[in-house]
Design a protein around this ligand. Structure first.
Ligand code: LLP
Length: 430
């Protein structure tokens, strides 16, 4: 893997020296190359435009949520999806138009629904019967209207980590198709004059490499659209096929480009529309990881080292499971380089350890590196999805700062937490 470097031989991110970023903003530091985010979105849009389909690219902001990212997504005229009142508040604070927001979740609270309806959120992705009841209550109280999309469980098991599967029959998300739950939900929603049903949603999981599952989800949703047309004369205007397009983390990964998955989904949907003589619905996608994942870098400073005779050494950095839980939680694999000299000759293999008080806090189990010394900077690659988003204050470590780089300029977009931030919610007992 050859990474871009400057005259000093340092790794550059979006044309900016990674070592300077680490020194200026301290580490651990999360850096996004904004051009890569924009490029991926443009590629998704191009596929739809080439295929002449009505579409929306809705960024799944659970992958990385901050005011700045919502601003970038909005600039590109995309939609976004939120899964909590907190994400919704952040999107609104960023000036994201409420009508371009979809609200997801398998247990939205009444307070969250009240907030969403009051804010004028574009679509509520309805997940279960209890939610329909709450939503109807909120709509009556606020004398408001809502557009909804019904989330169904398509019965497709994606080949990914078990925690990342969501489409299989026994998933906690969405209405079951086979037992008639989805039909019952549709009739209930259609009977409500304050609710407009836009269509259907399914999401089969995350970090998926196989095309088959995505084709199936498109086909399955069209089958449902067909049966609803026949049974209820209901026209599905939108099918939302979720996200889940797998990305490359390490040299061993060899996924298709994310937009290729979308191309296949479009083909599958078009083919079914022809077969069933249905009006082609708009196709919405909800990618998270493929938009922000490859654009993110986590920078760490090298500290302690433990050498053990006849065993691999541990090389510890100043972050770890608090800023990236994925290796510990999902055995997720990452690639990393010595940012001071990414293309220098590799001379050692180490366990790249974090600083947290757990043996499982290993960022990379076996990492080949050139010689390192304390103070060097290590860059983990493709950390931009579900890294900072899942960060915690475990061991009372402050969460890192986040910097956006674009046009060779760096901008701090999330401040590093301070000890005062960590303490601000604590109250004395005595
Ligand atoms: N739409 C829905 C309804 C979802 O549940 C998700 C992800 C997405 C879209 C976006 O999927 P993506 O394109 O990012 O794969 N924390 C885990 C991933 C959890 C994904 C949850 N849902 C991880 O770090 O692997």
């Amino acid at each position: 893997m050859t990474l871009p470097t400057n005259n000093a031989g340092h790794l550059t991110i979006g044309g900016v020296d990674a070592i300077s970023l680490a020194h200026q903003y301290q580490t651990p530091l999360v850096v996004y190359d904004v051009a890569l985010i924009k490029e991926q979105i443009t590629k998704f849009k191009r596929v739809f435009e080439e295929q002449a389909v009505d579409y929306e690219v809705s960024y799944a902001s659970k992958a990385f949520c901050s005011v700045a990212i919502y601003q970038v997504i909005n600039e590109l005229d995309c939609h976004t999806d939120v899964v909590s009142g907190g994400e919704l508040a952040t999107a609104l604070k960023a000036g994201f138009p409420a009508e371009k927001i979809s609200f997801h979740g398998n247990n939205k609270s009444i307070a969250e629904l009240e907030f969403a309806i009051k804010a004028g959120v574009g679509v509520i992705i309805v997940d279960n019967f209890y939610e329909i009841e709450l939503l109807q209550r909120v709509l009556r109280e606020q004398k408001a209207k809502a557009k909804v999309i019904l989330r169904v469980t398509p019965g497709i098991s994606a080949h990914t980590h078990e925690y990342d599967q969501t489409g299989q029959i026994d998933s906690k998300f969405g209405f079951d198709l086979a037992s008639g739950q989805a039909d019952k939900a549709l009739t209930q929603l259609l009977a409500d004059p304050q609710i407009k049903v836009l269509g259907l949603h399914a999401h089969i999981g995350s970090q998926i490499f196989e095309l088959g599952g995505f084709e199936l989800v498109g086909q399955k949703l069209m089958e449902v659209a067909h049966s609803w047309k026949q049974k209820y004369d209901y026209t599905t205007k939108v099918i939302n096929v979720g996200g889940g397009f797998g990305i490359k983390y390490t040299a061993e990964d060899d996924p298709l480009a994310p937009e290729k998955f979308v191309e296949q989904i479009i083909k599958a949907v078009k083919q079914k529309a022809l077969e069933y003589e249905l009006e082609l619905p708009a196709i919405w996608i909800e990618p998270g990881r493929s938009i922000t994942g490859p654009a993110g870098y986590n920078l760490y400073t090298v500290g302690a080292r433990k050498d053990i005779p006849d065993h691999l050494s541990y090389l510890a950095v100043d972050g770890g499971m608090g800023d990236n839980i994925r290796p510990a939680l999902y055995q997720a694999k990452y690639a990393a380089v010595l940012a001071n000299e990414p293309n220098a000759k590799v001379t050692q293999t180490v366990h790249l350890a974090g600083k947290y008080c757990e043996s499982g806090d290993i960022l990379i189990d076996k990492l080949a590196l050139p010689e390192t010394k304390p103070g060097d900077i290590i860059a983990l690659l493709a950390t931009g999805a579900y890294g900072y988003a899942m960060a915690s204050n475990y061991n009372r470590n402050p969460r890192p700062a986040v910097v956006f780089v674009e046009n060779e300029q760096a901008k701090l977009v999330v401040k590093r937490e301070t000890y005062a931030d960590l303490l601000k919610l604590d109250l004395p007992y005595k």
